[in-house]
Design a protein around this ligand. Structure first.
Ligand code: AMP
Length: 408
């Protein structure tokens, strides 16, 4: 389906052309007409499906064409992490470039300057506010946020927001909004608690289901069955074996990220780290360097596993087995994007074997087991009986900042 079929305003069409989009993705094809028709929507769609434009495009179009009050915030997009807020704000900026629709990203961790800017925009009224729950709640409590004319609410990655404990914050924000509004909920998964949330917030929603819980075939997946002590030597061995241009290594804890990065740097690899202990400027710098190709190896917590848009990664290493199958698909989905080929290696220790077998079940087939080089010594066998269960992975959040406020 072509974008011209949606009947979008010309100025929005210019932004779509400039972004290089020609055909709508399946989620866009299904969701855009529903939003344009004023329906509430619950959509199960993951990152990579084009879900962001699926809600931004009709919202921008409505703000351009429907009469609305000035001096009020018009649309509120609530997201789990700063990085996702930044990314959506950038997306928004690109698509709305030729329109006069204004937007602002509001998220935690900024300095006093950012707070003043946010306060100014929120009390004056921005067309689209993209926010993380905690920071938005803080602004609302201070009493100056203009919500009286708000017409649209989007909850993006709702499952992740609930996993991160944002339920109360979200409900607090929603209580401050006008009751009559259009509600859109996007979630990668649809567990019971999301259905409950949807029941509370949405009015007779239309349901759209676009799941991509299988990784693309072109990603070459392999698993290495190892002891914990063999992981760092194995990373070094793999990085030395082939000239990878861009490598993303996921660890399940900040401690492992720091230790691995330290070891790689000592061994003279050009590597850096990203996790929630770094301040915002550092995180931004690291991400920019990695995206631009100046930093070839990035070691990260799950901060980066979802919603982050980086092309040209030729290798993803799961230094620890991800929390679940969806996380595995998200993590390895960073490689082999666009037309490129990519590899995804997962290190599986004895206590992680059962968890990894669960992931293989979700994938519908076993991940080929690669041979660990002889010089790293003997390796464990791969068998469910020897596995010690979940392995205590922890997930971390927290990312960086972006500001775009172009009030007409
Ligand atoms: P998302 O699922 O929203 O994170 O989008 C994933 C990627 O697809 C982003 O880089 C978008 O810019 C891109 N994208 C979204 N819609 C389209 C489209 N219709 N055609 C081409 N690329 C798109």
């Amino acid at each position: 389906m072509k974008f011209t079929d949606f009947g979008f305003d010309e100025r929005l069409m210019e932004g779509i052309d400039a972004s290089g989009y020609e055909n709508a993705t399946p989620v866009q094809e299904q969701v855009i007409p529903l939003i344009m028709a004023g329906k509430d929507v619950i959509a199960s769609a993951q990152t990579g499906t084009g879900k962001t434009a699926a809600f931004l495009l009709p919202l921008i179009n409505k703000i351009i064409t429907d009469p609305h009050e000035d001096h009020t915030n018009n649309a509120l997009v609530i997201v789990p992490t700063r990085e996702l807020a930044v990314q959506i704000a950038q997306h928004m900026e690109g698509l709305s470039y030729f329109t006069s629709v204004s937007s602002i990203a509001v998220y935690g961790g900024g300095d006093g300057n950012a707070f003043v800017q946010e306060k100014k925009a929120l009390s004056h009224g921005a067309d689209v506010v993209i926010c993380t729950p905690g920071k938005m709640m803080a602004h609302i409590k201070m009493g100056y946020v203009k919500m009286a004319g708000l017409k649209y609410l989007v909850l993006d990655e709702a499952d992740r927001m609930l996993d991160m404990g944002f339920y109360d914050d979200i409900m607090f924000i929603i209580d401050s909004l006008p009751k009559k509004r259009q509600n859109l909920l996007f979630s990668a998964t649809m567990p019971h608690k999301i259905r409950e949330l949807a029941r509370k917030i949405l009015h007779h929603p239309e349901e759209v289901n676009i799941s991509i819980s299988k990784p693309p075939e072109k990603i070459k997946q392999e698993a290495f069955i190892v002891y914990e002590t063999q992981k760092i030597p194995l990373v070094k061995h793999l990085l030395n074996k082939k000239d990878f241009k861009s490598v993303l290594i996921f660890c399940s804890s900040k401690i492992s990220v720091k230790q691995l990065t330290r070891d790689l740097k000592r061994a003279r690899f050009n590597a850096d780290e990203i996790h929630s202990d770094l301040d915002q400027t550092n995180r931004e710098d690291v991400l920019i360097k990695f995206k631009s190709g100046r930093l070839p190896i990035l070691v990260a917590t799950d901060i980066l596993s979802r919603g982050i848009d980086i092309d040209n990664i030729d290798l993803v290493i799961n230094y620890d087995v991800p929390h679940d199958g969806e996380d595995y698909v998200h993590r390895i989905g960073h490689t082999a994007r666009a037309a490129a080929e990519g590899s995804a290696y997962t290190f599986v220790t004895v206590k992680e074997q059962r968890k990894f077998m669960g992931i293989e079940k979700l994938l519908g087939k076993p991940v080929p087991k690669a041979k660990v080089p002889d010089e790293l010594g003997e390796t464990p066998a791969y068998n469910a009986a020897s596995s010690g269960g979940q392995g205590g992975d922890r997930k971390f959040s927290k990312p960086r900042r972006f500001q775009n406020n172009t009030k007409r």
